[in-house]
Design a protein around this ligand. Structure first.
Ligand SMILES: Cc1cc2nc3c(=O)[nH]c(=O)nc-3n(C[C@H](O)[C@H](O)[C@H](O)COP(=O)(O)OP(=O)(O)OC[C@H]3O[C@@H](n4cnc5c(N)ncnc54)[C@H](O)[C@@H]3O)c2cc1C
Length: 326
C-alpha cells in the first residue's frame, strides 16, 4: 500500500489507515522508517524535531558517520526516506489509543493518524543539575558520556562534578582516554572503596560543592562553594534521565528500574515489542544505553518485527477468506 496524504495546515497526514506510524524522528525512528518504507509498508514518521544530541556538534562512534554533525546524519536519513515515499511530518503526538490494527494517534494540533502498528521512538529527556552555567554549556564544554566525548577530551583536563548518584562511574572511565580528572563530590558521600578506586585511577578528589560553571576562552571554570576556581579544558556532569514514554503509560505496560540509575523504563523484548501487540518502544525511550548506532539498530529490529507482523496478519486474513465457513 502506498501512502496517501492530505494537507493539514502546512503538513501532510495520511487520510486512510496506514500500516505503521512511527513517533519520533531520531536515529531509532528514522531507521525504523527506512526499513518499513523499503518493505513497502505505508509508513509515516511524526516528529517533534528535538533529538537528544541536538546540543552536540560532533557525532562519535557511528560507523561510516564518525565525527559528522548529528543533525547531518538525521538530514541524510530523511533524504533516504524520500526514495520510499515515507513522509516525516513535524508534529507532536499527544496520545495513542486503540489496539493492533486500529491504533489512533492524535497530534497537538488535533490531527489524527490511524495505523495498524506503532513504533514509539521518542527518546529521553536529560534533566540537568541546577548549577548556574551548566545548561548553557551542555553538549559543548559540558559533556555527560565518556563514550560520546572521550576522544574529544583525550589527554586533557576534566573537572567531573557529581550530580547524580553513582557519578563516580564516568570519573573512573575517563582516564582510559588519557583525561586528567578532578572529581568534585558536590555533596554526594563517597565510600572508602569509591575513594580508593578513584585514587587508583589517578583522579583528584575535591570535597566541595560546585556553584557555577563557565567557559573561559577555550576552557572551563568551575567555582567551588569555598570560592576557589577549578580551571580545566572540559567539565563532565551526568544528567538525570527521564524516558519520553508518557504516550504509552495508559496501556499499563510493565516497567523495570534500570540497574544503573534506578529509573523505570518500559520492558520490551529484543525487537522493542511491548506486551501490547503491535506496539513497540525503540531507542532511548526504552533503553538509556542506546547510543545513536544502537538506537538505529533498535529501530531496525522493531521495523522488522512490524513487517513480519503485518505479513502474518495478511496471511491470516487470506486463509480466513479461503476457508469456507462451516
Ligand atoms: C550532548 C549529547 C551528545 C551525544 N553524543 C553522542 C555521540 O556522539 N554518539 C552517540 O552514539 N550518542 C550520543 N548521544 C546519545 C544520543 O543522543 C542518543 O543515543 C540518541 O539520540 C538516541 O536516539 P533516539 O532516536 O532513541 O532518540 P532521539 O534522538 O532523542 O529522538 C527522539 C525524537 O522523538 C521526538 N519526540 C519526542 N516526543 C515526541 C512526541 N510526543 N511526538 C513526536 N515526536 C516526539 C523528539 O523530538 C526527537 O526528535 C549524545 C547525547 C547527548 C545528550
Amino acid at each position: 500500500m502506498q501512502n496517501s496524504t492530505r494537507a493539514s495546515s502546512s503538513i501532510a497526514l495520511p487520510t486512510s489507515p496506514i500500516d505503521l506510524a512511527i513517533v519520533g524522528g531520531g536515529a531509532a525512528g528514522l531507521s525504523a522508517a527506512l526499513v518499513a518504507g523499503s518493505a513497502r509498508l505505508s509508513t509515516v514518521v511524526l516528529d517533534a524535531g528535538l533529538p537528544r544530541n541536538r546540543f552536540a556538534h560532533r557525532l562519535s562512534s557511528y560507523l561510516g558517520a564518525d565525527g559528522v554533525d548529528p543533525a547531518e546524519l538525521l538530514a541524510r536519513g530523511r533524504r533516504e526516506l524520500e526514495t520510499y515515499g515515507v513522509p516525516v511530518i513535524p508534529a507532536t503526538v499527544v496520545s495513542i489509543t486503540g489496539e493492533m490494527g486500529a491504533f489512533m494517534l492524535t497530534t497537538e494540533a488535533g490531527d489524527t493518524v490511524q495505523a495498524a502498528r506503532v513504533i514509539v521512538a521518542t527518546g529521553l529527556t536529560d534533566r540537568l543539575a541546577d548549577i548556574p552555567g551548566l545548561a548553557e554549556l551542555w553538549g559543548s564544554k559540558v559533556f555527560h558520556c565518556p563514550f560520546c566525548h572521550g576522544w574529544e577530551v583525550r589527554d586533557q583536563t576534566v573537572v567531573s562534578i557529581a550530580t547524580v548518584p553513582g557519578a563516580t562511574h564516568a570519573a573512573i572511565l575517563l582516564p582510559q582516554w588519557g583525561a586528567q580528572v578532578t572529581y568534585v563530590t558536590n555533596g554526594f558521600e563517597l565510600s572508602g572503596d569509591e575513594r580508593a578506586t578513584l585514587t587508583s585511577r589517578g583522579v583528584t578528589i575535591v570535597d566541595d560543592r560546585a556553584t557555577r560553571v563557565e567557559q573561559i576562552g577555550d576552557g572551563t571554570r568551575v567555582t567551588l562553594e569555598n570560592g576557589e576556581p577549578l580551571d580545566s579544558d572540559w567539565v563532565h556532569a551526568a544528567s538525570a534521565v527521564e524516558p519520553n514514554d508518557h504516550l504509552v503509560h495508559q496501556f499499563g505496560l510493565e516497567t523495570a528500574a534500570n540497574p544503573m540509575v534506578g529509573v523505570d523504563f518500559v520492558v520490551v523484548d529484543g525487537d522493542g515489542a511491548t506486551s501490547v501487540p503491535g506496539l513497540f518502544v525503540a531507542g532511548n525511550a526504552s533503553d538509556m544505553g542506546s547510543q545513536v548506532i544502537l538506537a538505529a539498530a533498535a529501530g531496525y529490529r522493531s521495523a522488522m518485527a512490524a513487517i513480519r507482523g503485518k505479513i502474518m496478519s495478511d496471511v491470516a486474513a487470506g486463509l480466513a477468506q479461503a476457508t469456507p465457513a462451516t
